[in-house]
Design a protein around this ligand. Structure first.
Ligand SMILES: [Zn+2]
Length: 482
């Protein structure tokens, strides 16, 4: 019966709807945590690198990005031909800004926005097939951003309120809007609360793509008022952002658009906290968000998936390390690495190929993640010295997870399968660590259980648990305990 129906469907499509065509693709750049430090080279103690006498021109661990690193990222983006839509996941500005030096945050944001605008505009103007979309109208057809905790001063203090403009968000709105990187319809919610959504016209007959850019700093445990205690937002749905998310997901389903959810502070467990507190495994819940918002967010996603909304992935940053989580009933979670090398990672960003998948059974046509590649700077310490050029190279997801060979898409199921292999000690740890640090040689990271070149069982458990349960902090705690 089922077979017969699907044959009839295929026959109808060949005859009438022309659905049997090659998969279409959109190329996305997922980039985050540039943390530009305009004072990197300053010798008056105001640099994030003030503790270090040796400051390589393109940056070093423990320090935020010098302007030369940002320029190098831009050069690398410009050197690669092809379509691109840039998705930035927050933390434009450097660490350790105080209220008396808050102009540094504005400066870092503006300089980075101007640099990115050069990428999207240059790609738009070249004669070749460069546009991210078939008919780009402005830079906002090639760029979106979320806000991060370091984009507020003090750090994490996202005291937002729909009826009062936030001084930081209002400033960023002016910058992005002058550069044509925000649409007029996005100005109000972005300038007050730091969120918006955008639906891309992907082309005739193709599923649309909706990007929901969330301010998740407000949900984080670190978001407190100046007294250091009072949560900086209150009520079950500050700024109405959760209601906005639910409505956007429902709208997307009704116009057959696939959705990409993007924010900065992840709704996941903190891999770093778990790694540095192994004695608390099984007793501590290492979450980033306040429980009330975590619960509401998860139930919105579950409901949307049950209702048939196609969610490509939820993409967050903040940890500065590449991580994945695949939990049944929730969209794939991707944690992005960072440009700033401050936490021992090499500067990196991700190049993603979204590809169409034709309608099958109850499922409508949709976008899925195909190729995932990591673009990384391999010679951070040497670059810029004695004429050495910065060396950017590509590593692919499938290349670094050979166990995953044969999978065409990066989905929740695939990540869970890799995680389960790690838990049963059949997985390849060096691959997981590679993705985490963007650097196969630098396994001696600050993650305590993983601090050996020959990773311990504890390290495998940590990665295995994160890949299979990381997005549900209570399950992650249970997994670590076993
Ligand atoms: Zn960051």
């Amino acid at each position: 019966m089922f077979k017969r129906q699907s044959l009839v469907h295929v026959a109808l499509c060949i005859a009438a709807c022309g659905a049997i065509t090659a998969a279409q693709t959109i190329r996305l750049t997922w980039i985050s945590d540039t943390h530009l430090d305009p004072r990197y080279n300053a010798t008056d103690g105001t640099s994030t690198c003030a503790e270090h006498d040796v400051r390589p021109p393109f940056g070093r661990p423990d320090c935020d990005s010098p302007p030369a690193l940002l320029n190098s990222v831009v050069d690398d983006l410009l050197s690669q031909p092809g379509h691109r839509f840039m998705v930035f996941a927050g933390d434009w500005s450097r660490h350790d800004v105080t209220t008396s030096s808050q102009q540094l945050t504005f400066e870092a944001f503006r300089d980075t926005a101007v640099a990115f605008q050069r990428v999207v505009e240059t790609h738009g103007q070249r004669g070749t097939i460069i546009h991210a979309l078939p008919h780009p109208r402005a830079s906002y057809d090639r760029f979106t951003t979320a806000v991060g905790n370091d984009d507020f001063v003090l750090d994490y203090n996202s005291s937002v309120n729909a009826s009062v403009p936030n001084v930081f968000l209002a400033n960023y709105t002016r910058v992005l809007s002058a550069l044509n990187m925000l649409m007029p319809s996005e100005l109000e919610t972005f300038s007050t609360c730091g969120f918006y959504s955008r639906t891309l016209e992907t082309g005739p007959g193709l599923p649309g793509l909706s990007l929901v850019m969330l301010n998740t700093v407000m949900y984080s445990l670190g978001c407190v008022k100046a007294d250091g205690l009072t949560p900086c937002v209150s009520g079950p749905d500050p700024c109405g952002q959760l209601a906005f998310l639910a409505a956007t997901l429902s709208d997307a389903r009704s116009v057959n658009a696939s959705v990409l959810i993007v924010g900065h502070i992840p709704p996941s467990s903190s891999f770093y906290s778990a790694a540095t507190h192994p004695h608390r495994w099984g007793t501590t819940t290492f979450g980033y968000w306040r429980d009330i918002y975590q619960g509401a967010f998860v139930s919105i996603l579950q409901k949307a998936l049950l209702n048939g909304t196609q969610i490509v992935a939820q993409v967050f940053s903040h940890q500065h390390h590449g991580l994945f989580t695949g939990v049944a009933g929730l969209p794939l979670f991707v944690g992005l690495g960072s440009i700033s090398p401050i936490f021992d990672n090499l500067p990196s960003y991700q190049e993603i190929q979204l590809q169409t998948r034709a309608a099958e059974g109850d499922l409508p046509a949709r976008w899925l993640i195909g190729d995932v590649a990591l673009r990384r700077l391999t010679n951070l310490a040497a670059a810029g010295i004695n004429g050495t050029q910065p060396d950017w190279e590509t590593a692919s997801f499938r290349g670094t997870f050979p166990e995953a060979n044969g999978f065409n898409d990066l989905t929740s199921d695939v990540v869970a399968l890799i995680g389960n292999r790690l838990l049963s000690r059949r997985g390849n740890m060096s691959n997981a660590l590679f993705w985490y640090n963007a650097d196969p040689a630098n396994l001696n990271v600050t993650t305590v259980p993983c601090s050996l070149m020959n990773p311990t069982n504890a390290c495998q458990r940590l990665f295995g648990c994160f890949f299979t349960t990381g997005i549900v902090p209570s399950n992650f705690t249970q997994c670590l305990q076993q």
